[in-house]
Design a binder for this molecule. Structure first.
Ligand code: ZN
Ligand code: FE
Length: 253
C-alpha cells in the first residue's frame, strides 16, 4: 500500500493536490488554492478528506481552508503563520510528523518564501510537497526570508533521495526555463528546456519533477557553479544563490 497523488489545475497557475492513503482510504489535500475545484475533484474520485495540509499562509495556499473544512470536516494542519489568514486545528513545525492512515508526513522547515514555510515529506513513498519553496527549474521569491534562509531550505530538499517526486504548487516552468537558459548553458538544461517548451505547447503539466532532475538543471540549486555568471565569483554559496535569485527577480524573458 502506498500514497496515491491526484494533481489538478487551480486558479491561473496553481496546482491542487489530493493524496490518498491506499491502506485506509483516507485522503489529504495539500493547500487549498481553490475550494470549489478541490471539492469537485474529491467528489469525482469518491475520496474522504481527513486532512488539509498547508505549506504556508499565502491566500493561494490557505485561502480555501474554511470552505473545504466546512464541506468535509477535515482537520486543518499547518505552520503557525497560517493563523494570520485563517484558523488551524493543529500547528506543526520542523521534526513533527503528521499521520494520514498508514502514511507518515514528516515536516521539514523550508522558510524563505515565507518565514515559516514547511514541506511535507513521505519518506516511505519518496514524495515531497514543497509548496512555493522549490519549483521545476525555479524557487520561490524571497517575500519574507533572506537568501541564507532559503539556501538552507533548498539544501534540505536537495538532500532528499534523487528519485523523490516533487510536487510544486505552481506551473511556472516555461518562464523559469527561459531564465535558466540566460544564466546557464549546461547541455542537460538545454535538453530539458526543449522538452518543457514542447510540453507546454501541448498544454501538458511539467509538475511533478524530481530532486535528481532539479539538482542537475535548476539554476538555483546550481548557483555555486553559476556564481561567475551572476557577479558572485568567490562568494559563499548562499550569496551566489542570492545573486541568481536577484537576477531572476529582474529578468524580462
Ligand atoms: Zn506563496
Ligand atoms: Fe503560491
Amino acid at each position: 500500500m502506498a500514497l496515491k497523488v491526484h494533481q489538478f489545475p487551480c486558479l491561473s497557475d496553481n496546482y491542487g493536490f489530493l493524496a490518498l492513503d491506499e491502506a485506509t482510504g483516507l485522503a489529504a489535500c495539500i493547500d487549498t488554492p481553490e475550494a470549489g475545484a478541490i471539492l469537485r475533484e474529491l467528489d469525482k474520485l469518491g475520496w474522504k478528506l481527513a486532512l488539509i495540509l498547508n505549506t504556508h499562509w499565502h491566500p493561494d495556499h490557505a485561502g480555501g481552508n474554511a470552505e473545504v473544512k466546512a464541506a468535509t470536516g477535515a482537520t486543518v494542519v499547518g505552520p503557525g503563520e497560517v493563523t494570520r489568514l485563517t484558523p488551524l486545528d493543529r500547528q506543526v513545525a520542523g521534526g513533527d510528523v503528521v499521520e494520514l492512515g498508514a502514511t507518515r508526513f514528516e515536516v521539514i522547515e523550508t522558510g524563505g518564501h515565507t518565514l515559516q514555510h514547511i514541506t511535507y515529506v513521505d519518506r516511505a513513498d519518496h514524495i515531497a510537497f514543497v509548496g512555493d519553496t522549490l519549483f521545476a527549474l525555479g524557487c520561490g521569491r524571497l517575500f519574507e526570508g533572506d537568501a541564507a534562509q532559503m539556501w538552507e531550505s533548498l539544501q534540505k530538499l536537495a538532500a532528499l533521495p534523487d528519485d523523490t517526486t516533487v510536487y510544486c504548487a505552481h506551473e511556472y516552468t516555461a518562464a523559469n526555463a527561459r531564465f535558466a537558459l540566460s544564466v546557464d548553458d549546461d547541455p542537460a538544461l538545454k535538453r530539458r528546456a526543449e522538452q518543457i517548451f514542447a510540453a507546454r505547447e501541448r498544454g501538458e503539466p511539467t509538475v511533478p519533477t524530481t530532486i535528481g532532475l532539479e539538482k542537475a538543471t535548476n539554476p538555483f540549486l546550481r548557483a555555486p557553479r553559476l556564481a561567475a555568471r551572476v557577479g558572485a565569483a568567490g562568494k559563499p554559496d548562499y550569496q551566489a544563490f542570492g545573486a541568481v535569485r536577484a537576477a531572476k527577480d529582474v529578468f524580462k524573458g
